[in-house]
Design a protein around this ligand. Structure first.
Ligand code: FDA
Length: 299
């Protein structure tokens, strides 16, 4: 990590809560599931799909995992009841991966079973590199039992990703591809922007050529351009892939993607545990803190 990035990372952890809270408003649907439903309905009306995520990660008591699993079940049932064009995203450490991997698998298995029953889908988010093997192992077991109802995430900053794609070349494959948001040691992760971007485009081509369904999750205009070029070159129909973006980021790019006839899904997080999520977003894009502060102060 460069000295500058290190300084930013350290400082962001101490940004006062009111500033983080002000900044968080645009990125988080609200504190309740009803807020996430309202935001999803609005996005659906504008032609976008959603994936709903309850904020929370790296829990310390297994009871919390059960509580999160129950809330995730409620999300799936609410999506069904409200007829939303949406699905569920979950985090393995929210379901107790670091406390008890077997019980974590049981909870996620229950969620994916429910998703199958409702004709829905669960995306297992990818967290830091310490959880990559365990997350892919869970996905590998679930993809054979629930094809069409489960997917996971691969990160282009990880050097291992092309191998992970190759390891799952057989059978059903469904990935969200993103750059990756955690601060990882260089031994595991590319640090050079062009290397991360090059790996993103190569991995996307590799997974699509292997027959995977790909969710292309980026706000990087160049990567969006490259992905659009690739899907056209491969003659894919619009239901063989989708673009994904985070709530509150670059609404113009949303319009560009939709106008091109592509499908777009917005990640809609909600919940009371917004502080770590927002600090991560701030760490990733520190200029936002400056904009939020200026707006707050009216300058
Ligand atoms: P990049 O960071 O270069 O951003 C491109 C442009 O978009 C920038 O110029 C900036 O202006 C704008 N931008 C990007 N992020 C912004 C933000 N937060 N606020 C305002 N502007 C912003 N990661 C992970 O490790 N595991 C996961 O499971 C997921 N899941 C996931 C789902 C979805 C739907 C998305 C879009 C992203 C993720 N990510 C993730 C996060 C991802 O790894 C990555 O950190 C961010 O998407 C930022 O990378 P970009 O590709 O957007 O490029």
């Amino acid at each position: 990590m460069s000295l500058f990035n290190y300084a930013v990372a350290k400082t962001i952890m101490h940004v006062p809560k009111p500033i983080v809270s002000y900044f968080a408003k645009g990125y988080i649907a609200g504190s309740t599931l009803a807020d996430a439903v309202q935001v999803s309905k609005d996005l659906n009306r504008q032609g976008m799909m959603t994936t709903i995520d309850i904020l929370g990660e790296f829990i310390t008591q297994f009871d919390q995992a059960i509580e999160f699993k129950n809330q995730a079940l409620e999300i799936l049932r609410t999506i069904d009841r409200e007829k939303l064009n949406g699905n569920l995203s979950i985090k393995p450490t929210q379901m107790g991966l670091l406390l008890d991997p077997e019980r974590c698998f049981e909870l996620i298995h229950e969620l994916v079973s429910e998703a199958k029953k409702l004709g829905s889908f669960v995306r297992i988010d990818m967290e830091d590199v310490g959880t990559t093997d365990a997350t892919l192992e869970m996905f590998d077991k679930l993809r054979w039992e629930f094809p069409g109802h489960v997917g996971t995430v691969l990160q282009s900053y990880l050097r291992r990703t092309p191998q992970d794609i190759a390891n799952h070349a057989d059978g059903y494959q469904n990935y969200r591809l993103c750059k990756g948001i955690y601060v990882e040691p260089r031994i595991h992760a590319w640090k050079n922007t062009q290397a991360i971007n090059g790996n993103f485009s190569n991995c996307l081509a590799q997974m699509l050529e292997q027959g995977a369904y790909a969710a292309i999750a980026t706000h990087d205009e160049f990567l969006v351009f490259e992905a659009m070029h690739l899907v056209r070159k491969m003659n894919l129909t619009a239901d063989q892939y989708e673009f994904q973006m985070l709530l509150g980021v670059d609404e113009e790019l949303r319009e560009i993607i939709l106008a091109g006839g592509h499908r777009l899904r917005i990640y809609v997080p909600y919940g009371r545990d917004w502080l770590p999520y927002s600090r991560r977003r701030l760490k990733e894009n520190p200029s936002i803190a400056q904009h939020a502060l200026k707006q707050m102060l009216g300058i």
